[in-house]
Design a binder for this molecule. Structure first.
Ligand code: HEM
Length: 501
């Protein structure tokens, strides 16, 4: 009896293996041999690599191929290497790839379930259309003073730390204080008090959101097997955090309405959307304000900003040149920073681009095929002449890290060289086609202008006021926490700050 059962189980596993892991073979799509159950992300399950990094070696190995068939655990995914194909996904054939793979049910998680990143199809379209007008350059310009005030407070904070004998600070912790203050100011019109009180309400909410181990496990699981979100009541944002954010939003709205307060911030814009739009109630307004600034607004920007400071600290010649640009611009304005100043700083922009290229905050993006699509490289293409028809429901992997560190597009890709992003050196369109740190097309990051502005404002003030260098407490070469979906150095980025008199 036992032998029969064993033969049955082994046969079943074999059939399942063939059915699942021969998907790309049946379609004649090349790719490395997958491992049973874990596919190509075994190292991520073992905690050896962040999920997105598992596709980095495959990207390099299949140098001549426009696409590669891979498996995210048991899910067949198409890893896209050819920039022309990427353009189809992002822009030209957007209808065929309009959804992200991750999904959150708004009945389970009312905050994240309403966010454009986690919504699909017509719900995404409608939400995106309502939110886009809140992120225009005009809105950013009107909010710039709020960001500038926070950057000035950051300089005072670092000065106070130095006066108290502490000149070594962890960059991510510092940047998170800045971005939390920014979001509190721009989203809620409040002072987050992060510089004075390490246990402030906002800091505590952020710590609860991003420092809980179970949180990373949940995000990891939902990235590996997104269909879990459809069957299990998994929330991205805990009930406690959601409740605290909701309380902050409703109390602030109540205060503004009673006292007739108007402020050039996101809450004000969202209150206007609520008052002028059918099917958009106070819950929607609360969810968008809370999600944008409770998650997207500060975490992404603080990672990117901390790596920019780290690279500037490591490269004194870059630091000098950047400080010169900042001083020239601010001195013309009596020592002040304006929105137009920031926009004109070409070297600061180049440094930010280069830091994002060298240290992409996420290793890969995952999108869904929503309409059948066939692709074949053009006759003049440098890639192999093979074709594929992508079926609805197929997951597309955009190998961000592979593209950004590909020597074909970027000479000496591991070198920090901001000059490559200066206008005069940007004639090579090849690199421009692949460098998309905020995505592209209709689903491009909605908050990118805000993100870039808060990073640039913070960095400009810091570099004008302090000379920075890397403290040996930073463990180099950097190692990254494999359980984080986003780039997270294991022991932190420790920097020395010295006042410039
Ligand atoms: C340095 C800062 C940031 C980076 C590098 C970044 C990067 C990205 C990337 C790569 C995507 C995916 C794009 C795609 O699917 O093609 C994205 C989407 C998104 N980002 Fe950002 N982001 C940043 C800041 C922000 C900020 C400040 C906000 C909000 C205020 C924000 C809100 C969003 C939202 C809502 C989406 C989903 C858009 C959609 O699917 O329609 N991001 N971001």
């Amino acid at each position: 009896m036992f032998v029969v059962l064993l033969i049955f189980v082994v046969t079943l596993l074999y059939v399942l293996y063939r059915r699942t892991f021969e998907y790309w073979k049946r379609k004649n799509v090349p790719g490395p041999k997958p491992t049973f159950l874990v596919g190509h992300i075994g190292e991520s399950f073992l905690g050896k690599k962040p999920l997105g990094d598992c596709f980095f070696d495959i990207y390099k190995e299949y140098e001549d191929y426009p696409f590669v068939g891979v498996y995210k655990a048991v899910t067949p995914c198409l890893l896209v290497r050819d920039p022309e194909f990427l353009k189809c996904i992002y822009v030209k054939n957007f209808k065929s790839f309009m959804d992200n793979e991750m999904f959150v049910d708004k009945n389970v998680d009312p905050v994240m379930g309403r966010n454009p990143f986690f919504t699909k199809d017509h719900v995404w379209k409608k939400t995106r259309a309502l939110l886009t007008p809140n992120f225009t350059s005009g809105k950013m310009k009107s909010m710039f003073t709020l960001l500038d005030n926070v950057s000035e407070k950051a300089v005072i904070y670092v000065n106070n730390q130095i006066d108290a004998g502490e000149n070594c600070l962890e960059a991510k912790t510092l940047c998170m204080k800045i971005t939390l203050e920014n979001l509190a100011s721009c989203a809620f019109g409040l002072d987050a008090n992060c510089f004075n009180d390490p246990n402030s309400d906002f800091q505590d909410i952020a710590n609860k959101f991003f420092r809980e181990k179970t949180h990373f496990l949940k995000i990891f699981l939902t990235m590996v097997i997104p269909s879990l979100m459809k069957v299990l009541p998994i929330r991205i944002i805990s009930e406690e955090v959601a409740e605290r954010l909701r309380k902050i939003v409703f109390e602030t709205v109540d205060y503004r309405e009673k006292n007739n307060v108007q402020r050039p911030d996101f809450l004000q814009s969202m209150m206007q959307v609520r008052d002028s739009t059918k099917d958009f109630d106070s819950e929607d307004m609360m969810a968008h304000v809370a999600a944008f600034f409770g998650v997207f607004g500060y975490e992404t920007s603080s990672i990117v900003m901390s790596f920019l400071l780290y690279e500037i600290a490591k490269h004194p010649e870059v630091q000098d040149k950047l400080r010169q640009e900042i001083n020239d611009a601010m001195d013309k304005n009596g020592g002040n920073l304006t929105y137009d100043n920031i926009m004109e700083m070409e070297y600061l922009d180049a440094c930010l681009n280069e830091s994002q290229r060298k240290n992409p905050f996420i290793g890969a993006l995952f999108k869904l095929c929503t309409e059948k699509f066939s692709y074949k490289p053009t006759k003049t293409s440098e890639f192999k002449d093979i074709e594929v028809t992508v079926d609805v429901g197929t997951v597309m992997v955009i190998p961000v890290k592979g593209l950004f560190l590909d020597p074909k597009y970027f000479d000496e890709p591991h070198k920090f060289n901001p000059e490559r992003f200066l206008k005069e050196n940007l004639k090579d369109d090849r690199s421009q086609g692949v460098f998309r740190p905020c995505g592209d097309g209709p689903r491009v990051c909605i908050g990118q202008k805000f993100g870039m502005l808060q990073i640039k404002s913070g960095v400009a003030h810091i570099i004008r006021a302090f000379s920075i260098s890397v403290n040996p407490k930073t463990k180099e070469p950097l190692q990254f926490d494999p359980w984080h979906v986003t780039l997270s150095p294991k022991k932190g980025l420790w920097l020395n700050f010295q006042k410039i008199e």
